[in-house]
Design a protein around this ligand. Structure first.
Ligand code: HEM
Length: 214
């Protein structure tokens, strides 16, 4: 088996296990009592962080493919997107269940009165249709509309970073780092500053390469 066959064969299970690792760490910390004095807060922070990290990884797939020309990278996008949703469900469930004991009154008050919760809630609500329509059947059924719908992932990214920026009281460094990564990933999508297209056209203009391609 050569290297690319190895990737095709074992890549998906490997990425699956890697994405599951934070969950394993969380369970291990919970089981060994290593979640600190406020376990609910620790779980909320841990799952919130991993939602945002895997979301940014999902958004990095297309730029990485264009940068490297490696089409196989795209095979991992759906799995990464679904793991983003998995950690978001854990994050929101921790809040609804362990933090608010499903007290609908206090949840509604939070969503309406605390801007960072409003923004997080909006991001989560937007994630639901994307997770539901991530199957081949929905891709076929929605046709071109699927792509338009899934552009909401950028809005989710912006809302996720805003949610984080809004909730931190003093140290803005961590949310700011996520914000810069998101800005770079979004910037790469703007056609006018599409550096990949520029690299490609510069390459095509070079006479040596043009004649090689002929
Ligand atoms: C209904 C939706 C959501 C609710 C109710 C919610 C609630 C919370 C709460 C209560 C905290 C802890 C705040 C604190 O300790 O001061 C938090 C932190 C966080 N949430 Fe959310 N969240 C939601 C959705 C999201 C989504 C969709 C993302 C990511 C895209 C996200 C990412 C984060 C991050 C990164 C943190 C900070 C973690 C840290 O401090 O290290 N949240 N969220």
């Amino acid at each position: 088996m050569n290297r690319s066959e190895l990737f095709v064969h074992y890549g998906k299970p490997l990425v699956f296990l890697l994405c599951l690792m934070p969950f394993g760490v969380l369970i291990a910390r919970g089981a060994s009592g290593a979640l600190g004095p406020n376990p609910v807060e620790a779980i909320t922070h841990f799952t919130g962080d991993w939602t945002l990290r895997i979301l940014l990884l999902t958004l990095a797939v297309t730029p990485l493919r264009r940068l490297t020309g490696q089409a196989w990278i795209v095979r991992y996008r759906r799995m990464l997107g679904l793991f983003t949703f998995f950690y978001a469900v854990l994050h929101v469930a921790t809040y609804l269940w362990l933090d608010r004991y499903f007290d609908l009154g206090s949840i509604a008050e939070d969503v309406l009165k605390r801007p960072y919760i409003t923004v997080g809630f909006a991001a989560f609500v937007l994630m639901v249709p994307l997770a539901i329509t991530s199957t081949q059947g929905w891709i076929r059924r929605l046709g071109r509309r699927w792509k338009t719908l899934h552009r909401a992932v950028y809005v989710i990214g912006v809302l996720g970073v805003l949610h984080f920026l809004w909730l931190v009281k003093a140290d803005l460094l961590e949310p700011a780092i996520y914000g810069v990564i998101l800005a770079v990933l979004l910037g790469l999508r703007v056609p006018r500053i599409d550096i990949f297209a520029r690299v490609r056209s510069a390459r095509n203009r070079r006479p040596g390469i043009a004649s090689e391609q002929r």
